[in-house]
Every structure is written in C-alpha cells, then in structure tokens.
Write a protein that binds this ligand. Structure first.
Ligand SMILES: [Zn+2]
Ligand SMILES: [Zn+2]
Length: 405
C-alpha cells in the first residue's frame, strides 16, 4: 500500500476532521519532514469563528512545527534523520528582506501592500488580479504549488514540506518539545528583545498575557531584564509569576501608571513594552507605559476588527519620541541565538509551565477548546498520534483549580 499523508481540517466552526491525502512530493530546494509536534498558534480562533488569514482555508491549517527530515533531493543542505525546526512561509531568498536576514514572513514576494485587509480573503482575491489568496507567493500553498504536491504545505499534517531556507537543524540534545517553541511563542518574541537590545537591568512591560506574553516574559528574564506584567486573569498572573515576572500590576487600578513609574524610577516608563493582546484596552495602556524614546512592539491583532488604533499622534508619539513597531516572526539572523536560548535549563523550566496542553492531532477539537479556555499557554498537537501524555499538564491542572475563576 502506498504511503499517505494525514491533515487536520476545520470544515465548520467548532468542528475538526482528519483528511487523508496523497503523500507529498518535493522539488529541489525543498525537504520532506515527518512532523513530531505541530503547535497551535491562532487556529483555535479559526475553530471558533471560522475566519481565515490570507494563507489558509478550512482544509489547510497550521504553520508551526518541528520534526525529522525523511526525504531530500541531491544538492540539499539537509539529510535524512536531521532534526529540524520548520519556520513558516516560502520566501524568495533574493529580495532585500531575505538578503538582510530579516524575517522571511515579510519577504517582498508576499504582496502585503496590495491587500486592503490580509484578514479578508475576498479582498485579497481582487488584489491579486483573480488569483486566490491562498496561492499568493510566499505563502504555504506556494510550497505545494512549487513541488506539484497534493499535500504537505501546512503545519497540521503528518508529513510537511519545507523550503530549505526555512529549516534549522537543532542539536541532538535539544528535545522537540522545547525546539517547538521557536515559532510563535519564544521565537517571534526573541526577535523583539534582540532588535531592541534588551539587557540586564532594562525594564520590559508585557501587556495582555497569552502564549505570546508568556514567551516575552521568558525571553526578558533570560536577558536579565526587570519584567512588569499588566494583567488581570488570576491563573495567567500566577503562571507569569512562576515564569519570573517581577511585578504584576492590575491595569484596572486607578493608579496603575503611577505604579509603573514608581518601579521604573528616573526612566518613567519601560524601555520596551510588548503588547500581546490586540485589544485597544491594552494598546492604550501599553503606549502610556513606554518611556520616552522607548519602543512599543505589537504582536496582538484582532482578526476582522474595524476598531481604530487608539493613538494620539502628538501626545502619544511625537512629544515622547516613542517608536511603534510589530512583526510576525523570527529574523533569520536570530535563529542561532534562539536555539542556544532554548537549550538553557531556566528557559526549559519556564517552558514546562508554558506548554500547558498536549494532544494527538486526532484530538484537535479538545486542543482548540483548551486553547480557548483562559487557562492555557501553548498547546501542542502530535500528528504521529504518539503524544506521551494527552491532556493538560499536572501543574496546569493544579493551578487551574487553585486560580481558575
Ligand atoms: Zn504562529
Ligand atoms: Zn524575499
């Protein structure tokens, strides 16, 4: 019997299905990987609301992962048996973004500027002159198209194709469960802290804490920074404390900003504020918490939201010299430092808190429900159906019971 590939689909809201597809085929420049862990990023929101980003649809989900190379073609830099992190996307490797080793998810081949709203697939379709959004260059379907493959472009699959440029070999002694955080939790946040040169004694505020916020805390503590968390959920705040957050401030307190100023002393605000929620409530406070000439880095966004960004140009930005920025992913030049960090025992101890739930891919619905609960950090799927201990971790269960509301 010929080999098949299995993928997870979200055909309707709050419904998942496993699809059997033809085994992937690869082209030069691509490798085939047996996926060990496929972390959940925002797919639980897709499961709930059935809204799609430009690069995905109901049948094609997931973009994070780690695994073992099982097939390459002559000339590949990789070989069978290599353990790898898979970064997302299919960059051109030639534009200035790629040449300068910035984040390949911002490669110029992705026509962001032509898209009025990258969260609205219909708009994208017009912008590409009739081409469907999911087939846009630089996206995950572009990988399948380049390889003429019927499967393998996406994260929630047993076998996944990756552009060689988006693979990183990992050391033998780095377990997959820690390497899998190199995508959208410890990875993208590593880039914010590296780019803003956060160091020992600097002040970092993390506003709105989910798995991106937790990732920011772990990165900031790894660098010896002082961490203030703005948050309210008791379970998440306890998790943040255990990951090393030095101060927790309730943003509902009338004097929350005075509390930030009292802690940061002469600076009167944080060197870096990471906004990880996408909600105007936190965006507004994040802007106020940043010091003059400090940086506010935004990871959060609300899919389908029309709400304007709460920014007063003169008072929030010009008068204070604040830098506002955001990005999706790990800069290529940061990969080496990131993997070194993932091997650190303190980071791994915090990661064991951050990884709250693990499931086989066939238990996708349970995984998404867990991610939707307010008692989750990072949630993993095991596409090979070999999850060591499906469900929530013991610590998560204990903290959820003690601090769950
Ligand atoms: Zn992600
Ligand atoms: Zn490029």
């Amino acid at each position: 019997m010929s080999k098949r590939n299995t993928a997870l689909a979200i055909p309707e809201p709050r419904t998942v299905a496993l699809r059997e597809r033809d085994y992937p085929t690869i082209a030069p420049g691509y490798a085939l990987v047996e996926v060990a862990i496929a972390p959940v990023c925002i797919e639980h929101q897709v499961y709930k609301e059935h809204r799609f980003e430009w690069h995905s649809d109901a049948e094609h989900q997931g973009h994070e992962g780690v695994g073992t190379v099982v097939e390459t073609l002559p000339g590949s830099k990789f070989k069978e048996g290599d353990r790898v992190i898979m970064y997302q996307g299919n960059p051109c490797q030639e534009c200035f973004v790629c040449r300068r080793q910035l984040s390949p998810t911002h490669c110029l081949s992705i026509p962001y500027e032509q898209l009025r709203d990258s969260q609205d697939p219909d708009t994208v379709l017009d912008a590409l002159g009739g081409g469907t959004a999911i087939n846009a260059p630089g996206g995950l379907m572009a990988i399948q198209n380049a390889c003429g493959s019927a499967s393998g472009g996406f994260g929630f699959e047993q076998y996944r194709i990756s552009n060689d440029y988006m693979l990183q070999r990992i050391p033998d002694d780095l377990p997959f469960r820690y390497a899998a955080l190199a995508n959208c939790s410890l990875g993208c946040t590593y880039t914010a802290l590296e780019e803003t040169e956060i160091n020992t004694g600097d002040w970092v505020v993390v506003a709105g804490v989910g798995f991106i916020g937790f990732g920011s805390i772990i990165n900031a503590k790894y660098r010896g920074a002082n961490v203030i968390v703005l948050g309210r959920n008791p379970f998440r705040m306890e998790m943040a404390r255990r990951m090393g957050a030095d101060h927790i401030i309730n943003p509902d307190d009338e004097d929350w900003l005075e509390q930030v100023h009292a802690l940061t002393g002469d600076l009167k605000g944080a060197d870096l504020v990471i906004e990880a929620s996408g909600y105007p409530y936190y965006q507004k406070r994040a802007l106020q918490a940043v010091r003059r000439f400090g940086t506010m880095w935004m990871y959060g966004f609300l899919v389908g939201s029309e709400e304007p960004y709460p920014l007063r140009m003169l008072d929030d930005l010009h008068n204070r010299g604040v830098k506002l920025t955001g990005s999706h992913d790990v800069f290529l030049s940061h990969r080496e430092g990131l993997v070194k960090m993932l091997g650190h025992p303190d980071v791994q101890a915090a990661a064991d808190l951050l990884i709250t739930h693990e499931y086989n891919m066939s238990q996708g619905a349970e995984a998404f429900e867990a991610a939707l609960s307010k008692k989750a950090g990072k949630v993993y799927l095991y596409p090979q159906e070999d999850c060591p201990n499906p469900g929530q971790s013991e610590t998560t269960a204990r903290l959820a019971e003690q601090y769950g509301s």
